[in-house]
Structures are given as structure tokens and as C-alpha cells.
Design a protein around this ligand. Structure first.
Ligand code: ADP
Length: 487
């Protein structure tokens, strides 16, 4: 009798898909491993294209009912899901940490509360959604946000439930149904979300979860004619594949991709703040798409910046992410660590100097690294490493800082440290980035548009922009009674 559950720290997780309100096992499985110690967590149903089709069929069957459900009722169910997340917050936190290696304390205090907030926010926003009617020679224009249909939501491993809820919540609020495909390295919390949603009263088929490899079931989801929206967070090459797969049906896509974001430190900045912002980039072992991995420092303060940075980074504690004293946990997978190490080795071979780090600690942990003596066109400056690896370049003038900041194919975010508000405004206006933080980092309001320029993404989600993406907008023009003017 095959086993269909696994247990993490006393929490039971169903390892099967969730399709049409039922658990469904695949004929084969893949192994889920904890990045903390390489322990085998269990065997997960490995989806096939037929199962992806079944999930889309379930989403399609459930769509008319959910789309016709009054907004107030949809909002009520989303709040009930948020309540369920709050109730199981500690369980979700430990399962997520065990599955992806990010810090337990941040899952408890920041991430999981934010997951609940995602559901509450989009529920409330739905009820407030509307555009003021406007008049065309006495004709009333009325804009509606109609549900679009089944959505394929594809998510990465670095912030699993956080990114899943960021997509699932607005999609459901909009009246759509969902097929969620979590990343194969971190499938567990999506399964728990399915349980929570079912308990909250979400009708069968409205949320479906299919597990498996993107290379095996991705195309089945993204090329499916019944899928009306694709929201994807992940890598640029995968986004290209999805765009091609979605092209025959012109399925609208929203992509949030990689970054190589800069942190600009001007000589007039509060240097301790700038150093704190720089060291913060090692969070989640550098596996954050928004991370400002390129530090650009104005020449006169560069020496002092490096001294203070080295001192502060030296105090970071690396270790078990379940320990409250830990600042940096493991990277996701030994294969990923090899990738990170390859980037650093090639950079050093090309002349870069490791001020700190520059090496792996073992097969799971990489030493926080700062590389100097790097050229703007070097691979380490141009490509996303997705590990605890930062580069430092210096600049003389503001214009040079902007040129370096904008000098990659990415444009996800930028951080500016300066004590001069006029400079902040001038520089911000010239930066190519979806989000710019001035003297702060990672402050994210759900009302704000989120996404990237250039290769960092297509489209924006967040606030009403999420509804714009997940809905078919319709303008209705109604003539006044007895009106004959067609001009
Ligand atoms: P990463 O480098 O962060 O793993 P990927 O883009 O490979 O980024 O993975 C992000 C998500 O995309 C994962 O859920 C993965 O399974 C999925 N994925 C990978 N290949 C495809 C594909 N061809 N079609 C759809 N999804 C895919």
C-alpha cells in the first residue's frame, strides 16, 4: 500500500495532487529533500500531462459557479482561508523551513502572516474594486472586471507559499479558478494550502494543485486552450518557453523573473544604514529575486564602506534555519550550490577578489561573499547568481552610478542610499526598475504595482493591477432613455 502522506515536525502533509476537490496519486513520484540536512522528506506524486489536463478540466468545470458567486461571498471565503493560515501559522512555518531552508523565525514572524494578509488584502480590495462611471454625451460608461477563466499559476522554490498566495488570492478574488503548480523542490506548503482552502469552504475545483516537474507538465498547462491566464515567477529561460507555449492561444501572461539589482551608495549617505542595507542582501542565503546584488559605492567612501561591511557581515551566523540565532541558512540544493560556486570561481579566474567568502562551506552552505575588482561586462556582474554573492564596484559621479546601475539586461529593483532628497529624486527618475527603494529595502505594500522592466518581467501585479491582469475588463455604454444619437 503506497503511502500518501509525509510528516514534518509532527505536521502531516498529503503528497498527492489536489484535483476537483479530491486527492489523486500519480503512478510515479519524485523525492522531496530538505536542504537543511539532505534528509528525505518523502515521495511526492509526479504529475503527468494527463493529470495537468484533469486539473484544468476541474478548474473549467468549477469556473461558472465561482465566477457567478457574489463578490461578498468570494471575499468571505478568502478571509476564511486567511483565518486557516493564521490558525496553522506555526505548522506552515516549520514545514516551509524544512522544505526550502529559509529561516524559521522569518517564516513565523513575517512570511506566513503575510500569506494570510495576501488573502485578506485581495478580498477587501475586491469589494472596493470599481471605476467611477463617466459620461459620453449623456451615455453612461460603466467598467466591469469580469472573471477571465481558469488560471495556471507557476511558482518557484525560494518563497513558495508567499508567492503562491500572492497569485492565488487575487486570481480567486477575481472569480477565476486556479491550477497551481508549485516548484518541485518545495511542494509541501501548496498541499497544506489546498487543505486549508477546502476547510474554509472553497468549492471543489476552484483551486487545484498539480505537483511535478515543469519540464514534464509545464507545457500541458501553459499551452492548454482552456487556461485563460498564466502567472509565472521563475527564470528567464523558463519564461521564454512559457511565452512560446502560450502563443498559439494568445494566453495572457504575467512574468516576474530574475534580477541583478543595484544598491547605489552615495558619499552623502548614512554609511551605517548603507552597510546594513548591503548586508541584508544575504537574507535567504541570497535566494531573493529582488536582492541588490551589485553594490555601487562612490569612490571617497568606498574604503570605509568595505571596512564596515566586512565587520558587520563577519558577525552573521550561518547554520540551521530552525535556530533563532541563525542569520543565513542553507542554499536550496547541492546542485544549486554548484551553480553558485561556478559563478564565483569563474569570476575569481577572471580577476575578481573575494573580500569575504568566495568558497563553499560544505555541500549545503555557501560562505557570504563580496567580490571586488569586477568589470561591468563580467559574467558575475551581468548574470543572476541567486546565492549569497555580492559584487562591489565604485563610481565617481552620479551619472556614472546611473549608467552602471542600468547596465544589465535586468530591471527588477534598485536601492539608493543618499542623504540628499534632490539626488534621490533625480537618480530614481533615471533608474530602470520596477521598484526603487530610497534609504530602505524590501518595504512592500500590497497596493503597489510589482514587477520588472526589461528581462525582469512582463506586466505588473499588486493592488488593482492584479485585478487588471486576472480579469477581462468590460466597458458598457448605456444610452439615456430615448436617445437617438449614433454619432
Ligand atoms: P528556478 O531556476 O528558480 O528553478 P524555473 O523557472 O526553472 O526557475 O522554475 C520555476 C517554476 O517553473 C517551477 O515551478 C518549475 O517547475 C516551473 N517550470 C520549469 N520549466 C517549466 C516549463 N517548461 N513550463 C512551465 N513551468 C516550468
Amino acid at each position: 500500500m503506497p503511502q500518501h502522506t509525509l510528516t514534518v515536525a509532527g505536521v502531516t502533509v498529503d503528497t498527492r495532487h489536489w484535483i476537483g476537490g479530491e486527492r489523486l496519486a500519480s503512478a510515479t513520484t519524485f523525492t522531496d529533500i530538505s536542504p537543511i540536512d539532505g534528509a528525505v522528506l518523502g515521495e511526492i506524486s509526479r504529475g503527468t500531462p494527463a493529470e495537468a489536463d484533469a486539473a484544468v478540466a476541474a478548474a473549467r468545470a468549477a469556473f461558472p459557479g465561482w465566477a457567478a458567486t457574489p463578490r461578498t461571498e468570494r471575499a468571505r471565503v478568502l478571509h476564511a482561508i486567511a483565518d486557516g493560515v493564521d490558525k496553522r501559522l506555526d505548522e506552515l512555518a516549520i514545514v516551509e523551513t524544512t522544505d526550502n531552508g529559509a529561516l524559521l523565525r522569518s517564516h513565523r514572524r513575517g512570511v506566513m502572516p503575510r500569506v494570510a494578509h495576501n488573502f485578506r488584502f485581495f478580498a477587501d480590495r475586491l469589494l472596493a474594486l470599481g471605476h467611477e462611471d463617466f459620461d459620453t454625451r449623456g451615455h453612461r460608461n460603466h467598467v466591469r472586471w469580469d472573471p477571465a477563466g481558469p488560471c495556471a499559476l507557476i511558482t518557484p522554490w525560494n518563497a513558495p507559499l508567499m508567492l503562491e498566495s500572492w497569485k492565488v488570492a487575487p486570481a480567486l478574488a477575481a472569480g477565476n479558478t486556479v491550477v497551481l503548480k508549485p516548484a518541485e523542490w518545495t511542494p509541501l506548503t501548496a498541499s497544506l494550502l489546498a487543505d486549508i482552502a477546502a476547510r474554509a469552504g472553497l468549492p471543489a475545483g476552484v483551486l487545484n494543485v498539480v505537483q511535478g516537474y515543469g519540464s514534464e507538465i509545464g507545457d500541458a498547462l501553459t499551452s492548454h486552450p482552456d487556461v485563460r491566464r498564466i502567472s509565472f515567477t521563475g527564470s528567464v529561460p523558463t519564461a521564454r518557453r512559457i511565452a512560446a507555449s502560450a502563443a498559439p492561444h494568445l494566453t495572457p501572461t504575467s512574468f516576474e523573473l530574475g534580477g541583478k539589482s543595484p544598491l547605489l551608495v552615495f558619499a552623502d549617505a548614512d554609511l551605517d544604514l548603507a552597510v546594513a542595507l548591503a548586508v541584508e542582501q544575504y537574507d535567504n542565503a541570497g535566494q531573493v529575486c529582488l536582492a541588490a546584488t551589485r553594490i555601487l559605492v562612490q569612490e571617497p567612501v568606498a574604503g570605509e564602506f568595505v571596512r564596515r561591511f566586512t565587520d558587520r557581515a563577519g558577525r552573521l551566523r550561518q547554520g540551521d534555519p530552525r535556530d533563532d540565532a541563525t542569520d543565513i541558512g542553507p542554499n536550496i540544493h547541492p546542485a544549486h550550490l554548484d551553480k553558485i560556486d561556478g559563478f564565483v570561481r569563474r569570476a575569481v579566474a577572471a580577476g575578481a577578489r573575494a573580500v569575504i567568502g568566495g568558497h563553499r562551506i560544505d555541500s549545503r552552505y555557501y560562505a557570504p561573499t563580496l567580490l571586488t575588482d569586477v568589470d561591468q561586462d563580467a559574467e558575475i556582474v551581468q548574470e543572476e547568481v541567486f546565492g549569497p554573492v555580492l559584487t562591489l564596484q565604485t563610481f565617481q559621479e552620479e551619472a556614472e552610478a546611473v549608467r552602471l546601475a542600468n547596465g544589465t539586461r535586468f530591471g527588477l529593483a534598485a536601492t539608493v542610499a543618499t542623504g540628499d532628497p534632490a539626488r534621490a529624486e533625480r537618480v530614481t527618475a533615471q533608474l530602470v526598475a520596477g521598484t526603487v527603494w530610497v534609504n530602505c529595502f524590501f518595504v512592500r505594500d500590497l497596493r503597489a504595482p510589482f514587477g520588472g522592466a526589461r528581462s525582469s518581467g512582463v506586466g505588473r501585479e499588486g493592488g488593482d493591477w492584479s485585478f487588471d491582469f486576472f480579469c477581462d475588463l468590460k466597458n458598457t455604454v448605456t444610452a439615456p432613455k430615448g436617445w437617438q444619437d449614433h454619432g
